[in-house]
Design a protein around this ligand. Structure first.
Ligand code: GLC
Ligand code: MG
Length: 570
């Protein structure tokens, strides 16, 4: 596999330059541990209170030392930040608050020098309203080619003052908004599956498809190893845009919708097969990763056909509470993915979710309920479970994802003052849903008080979201100095994951155990036991402990704990 350590002018790649996947070649993304960087909250190098790419560059050694194999960087493009960067106004540049394209090129090269792959986030269901394509569409008349890039329609009702159909937005309310035409008259409506500042592109439009071929190539030419496909099931809509039948429930329950006209339409697959052809025209096992919340695994595997997206986030695993229900999710995931040959992915957190240390400490530890200062959480218990979950996740075959700060067991910040909340969900829900800021609070690196080394000394601005006073013990510096910290547990487990070949194979077999104890082998030399029962269990004396999520007393594995074992005598 070529090393991407130099960057000259992009060289065109022949269409068929696919690296052979012959015997012995295993693509890196089948076993990678991927670390999600949310750049606005990672590290602020220039003191403006917001993270930036030079901040990420300054901590690549931290990530390499942590032992992850790849970073997924949430959107870094120019953006008005109506939705935390998922509203892109230029797909081939870097937001000035994050740095420059040169910084991105340097980041990719420096990551590669450390053996880290780089996955970027492509938000192509919609642009920002500030994108020149959308500005041109607003300025052009109805029926123009500029409008045809988006989903503009006339309204209904006598004077066109009602939306074109009943579709709802993921962030609440109607998915349509009416514009004022250039001559000042009330005009057409456009579709926004997410915030009004995120107009949906029309993926039936060949120009849109061609433009994104070029955008994907731009980034592959700049050396990125993979592309996360944001909101994949949203791209295609049923022609004629018929009303949806939400069964009386006007919440955006995309994980349950069957036959919905604006989500998971079969036509969507032609787009991603096209993207796959672009990815396959590059060397080095470039990967596509789908974010696809759809109604069950049978729908999901359609995205993972051998000529389509390589891998997809596993939302079932992310949703399930910390209990015996984990086992059937693991089984179902593996059973469904095996026929298409896609690796399983194990994801427990992201910039969209409640922090794991908090969620696992709640009475209802599913991810169904979002951030709220009113829901009690036992953070100590949540942290203990997070540590066990890390050992589980890193022992399962496939890819694992770590959201930045989960390696520190950061809790969710559920009491951000309301006037500081930035997530569009807060406004769009009429101040009933606090949204996702609780997991996006800037990372604590060092020191005893905010900004905990997130911004340099003497920074001109405070962190863009306030950090709690209680994080001094959770900083990277504090945890590095403590051999028993959650950070060091991650380092230890990831080091072993690199050392033990079975952990990078497909080998997997359950051993017999009660429902609330997960006990499986990865080949003959590694076994993982996770105790989900409320009580201690005895470990098999023929096996010795390699690493455990809590200190062990003899061969007893206490509640909410996990251990990796290897046979005593060989
Ligand atoms: C994805 C992103 C989320 C964003 C949405 C719209 O779900 O993860 O953060 O709000 O897409 O782009
Ligand atoms: Mg900055």
């Amino acid at each position: 596999m070529p090393e991407h350590t130099t960057f000259g002018p992009p060289s065109p790649q022949p269409q068929n330059a696919v690296v052979s996947t012959g015997e012995g070649h295993r693509e890196w993304w089948r076993d990678a541990v991927v670390y999600e960087v949310y750049p606005r909250s990672f590290l602020d190098s220039d003191g403006d209170g917001e993270g930036d790419l030079n901040g990420v560059r300054a901590r690549l050694d931290y990530l390499a030392d942590l032992g992850v194999d790849a970073v997924w960087i949430a959107p870094w493009f120019p953006s008005p930040m109506a939705d935390g960067g998922y509203d892109v106004s230029d797909y081939c540049d870097i937001d000035p608050r994050y740095g420059t394209l040169d910084d991105a090129v340097a980041l990719i090269a420096e990551a590669h020098q450390r053996g880290l792959k780089v996955i970027i986030d492509m938000v192509a269901n919609h642009t920002s309203e500030a994108h020149p394509w959308f500005r041109a569409a607003l300025a052009a008349p109805a029926g123009s080619p500029e409008r045809a890039r988006y989903l503009f329609r006339d309204g209904t009702g006598p004077d066109g003052s009602l939306p074109p159909n009943n579709w709802i937005s993921a962030f609440g309310g109607s998915a349509w908004i009416r514009i004022t035409e250039p001559d000042g008259a009330p005009g057409q409506w456009y579709l926004h599956t997410f915030a009004p500042e995120q107009p949906d592109l029309n993926w039936d439009n060949e120009q849109v498809r061609e433009d994104f071929d070029a955008i994907l190539r731009f980034w592959f030419d700049h050396g990125v190893d993979g592309i996360r496909v944001d909101a994949a099931p949203a791209f295609s809509k049923t022609s004629g845009l018929p009303d949806a039948d939400y069964g009386g429930d006007l919440r955006f329950r995309s994980g349950e919708w069957v036959g919905n006209p604006h989500w998971d339409i079969d036509a969507v697959h032609t787009i991603f097969k096209r993207w796959r052809r672009v990815a396959d025209s590059y060397d080095g096992d470039r990967v596509l990763v789908a974010e696809a919340v759809v109604a069950g695994p049978e729908r999901l595997v359609r995205y993972l056909a051998p000529d389509e997206i390589h891998t997809a986030f596993n939302f079932e695993f992310l949703k399930v509470p910390w209990d015996a229900g984990l086992r059937p999710v693991i089984d179902e995931t593996r059973a469904v993915l095996a026929p298409v040959g896609a690796p399983a992915t194990w994801v427990l957190g992201s910039h969209d979710e409640l922090r794991l240390a908090s969620r696992y400490g709640r009475e209802d530890s599913s991810s169904e309920v979002g951030s709220s200062p009113d829901i009690p959480s036992d953070i100590e218990l949540g942290t203990r479970r997070l540590r066990a979950a890390a050992l589980l996740m890193f022992a399962l075959p496939g890819t694992a994802y770590v959201f930045q700060g989960d390696e520190l067991a950061l809790p969710s910040v559920d009491d951000i003052p309301e006037d500081r909340l930035q997530d569009p969900l807060w406004e769009r829900s009429g101040h009933t849903v606090r949204g996702r800021d609780a997991c996006r609070v800037p990372l604590p690196w060092s020191g005893g008080a905010p900004p905990y080394g997130f911004s340099p000394d003497g920074a001109r601005s405070e962190p863009w979201l306030p950090q709690p006073e209680s994080w001094a013990g959770l900083t990277v510096a504090a945890q590095s100095a403590d051999p028993g910290s959650t950070l060091n547990l991650h380092r230890q487990a990831l080091r072993l994951r690199h050392e033990i070949p079975a952990l990078r194979s497909d080998a997997f077999a359950w051993r017999e155990s009660p429902d609330d104890v997960l006990d499986f082998e990865r080949g003959p030399s590694l076994r993982c036991v996770v105790n989900l029962s409320g009580a201690p269990i005895d470990l098999d004396p023929d096996w010795k402990v390699l690493v455990s999520s809590v200190p062990l007393d003899g061969s007893v594995l206490p509640h909410d704990a996990a251990a990796w074992l290897t046979p005593r005598a060989v």
